[in-house]
Ligand binder design. Sequence first.
Ligand code: GDP
Ligand code: MN
Length: 379
Amino acid sequence: SIRRISEDHDKVFATGCMNIDNSGPRANAAFVVLARNKELDGVIQSIKSIERHFNRWWNYPYVFLNDGDFDQDFKDTILNHTSGEVEFGKIDSSMWGFPDWVDHEVAKEGIRKQGDAAIMYGGMESYHHMCRFYSGFFYKHPLLLKYEWYWRLEPEIKYFCDITYDPFIKMAEANKTYGFTIAVKELRETVPNIFRYASAYKRTHSLKSQGLWEMFLDTPKEEDREKKEPEQEKLPEEFDMKPPEVDTEAMEGEKYNMCHFWSNFEIARLDFFRSKEYEDFFEMMDRSGGFWMERWGDAPIHSLAAGALLAPRDIHYFRDFGYRHTTIQHCPANAPARQLPRIPWLEKTTEDEKKRFEEDDYWATADPVKENGVGCRCK
Ligand code: GDP
Ligand code: MN
């Protein structure tokens, strides 16, 4: 469980209010933002938030990626709001869309059926391509090859707390591979067969759990312990289009509990994804057709890969980050009151800046909040 990860293997990187010391070296890292021109407003909201709460002190670069072309207005507006270097990249057909080896008509029919079944985003072809891109390609994009670390940003997210240390550097120092703020349960109907493939990967590569895999397992209720048979979902016939050369039936009685790290926030080492092991994992998942015949998200893909390949000590839970994406948020312990003037690094801020903080979501306390890092209040 996440509790175990955090308590046994993982400590918060900083507690209490800190003076920002941004004099140290930067990590070889960038923000990665996948977006479309029409999402500009939402992207700007996210950029404003991360700049105000973190990047105005650290100036990390950004890489914007799109399967289409960013227009001039998008680029100009982004450049007006970012403090670090910015690169804009296009994703070509080798990383986006149906590959040659899949029958496009079969895949499209699979997607259409998911639309009819009202599976969330199931009927939206572009969403399937997006999930596959984030599962198996983003880290190979030419603009990302020079980087060792990335921090994923999405449109319409919000950070509530100042991030007063460099999370890349802290992760490197603590020898961490993958960081998250929120873990939630996936909608079962979007991934009915994902676990049998992930489980088959783990078994065919003779991978022993290092203690993280269990986070993704259903713990059977006492009364169900007797029935050893795992509840198997029927493979949809569409999977026949390219069956993997492995026996996906035997799952050693394990069942996926649908838990996953919510990947719209991620800070991770890119070499995890670039490893032979992850590549093999993605290849096997991809060949199953599950990115089209089901609506596998990149979040459960990243999570199950981590479960198969990493240990709890490799994972960092950023429980001190106040973070919101659409309707789900993570909020560190709420501060008792707004105490803006007492925050050391804000004492030099202008009246205008203070006013902006007042109007927006800035709540903080000068008192260390037990275990949760910089105090923060989330609306
Ligand atoms: P949700 O968070 O699961 O509701 O999905 P989003 O609509 O936010 O998509 C996830 C990320 O992928 C966001 O950064 C989107 O901007 C991006 N995205 C989704 N679909 C596309 C697409 O077709 N093209 C591009 N360029 N970006 C996309
Ligand atoms: Mn989103």
